[in-house]
Design a protein around this ligand. Sequence first.
Ligand SMILES: [Ca+2]
Length: 178
Amino acid sequence: MKTAIALVAVLALASVSYGQAFWSFENDSNGFAAITSFSDTIGVTDGSYSAELTDHGWLAYQNGSGSFVNDMRVNDTVLIDFTRPGYAGQQVMLQLACDGKTWTSGYLPLTGNGATDTIAFEYGDMSMVPENGWGWFKLGLVGGSDPVYMDNVRFVPEPATMALLGLGSVAALIRRRR
Ligand SMILES: [Ca+2]
């Protein structure tokens, strides 16, 4: 019973520390050169502002600072909240590079009509090692020219990784008690 409680506590802690907003665009481009406008009314899912995306070019939004690489893990999922006031049918994509490798997602559809979609980009099946450093993070939009609003970019371990992290911590706790 104590072990179960400890496991739940560790998982809760893990999700808090790894699931927090990494980029929240609080009137701040957070290193994305193409982001210059923010909204305090549309698509705000963390803090007080979202980023307004108006450029619909191929992977138009690039963050090449590489600073995010240290916060990524091999099996993370990138979660991003997108809100599109216009019609449905627009799609988003993500490209990540680090450790000399590149991964590009498919196009993932947005609901449109003012709905907020939390899009999960899963790159856990690739072989890049974030800890090895350098990289870029590029976002693109296709299928329309209306603005899309983005907020609350976070890196979240996939459930299996979180469970392993939790079990490892619990095992360490149990060993310490003996
Ligand atoms: Ca925000």
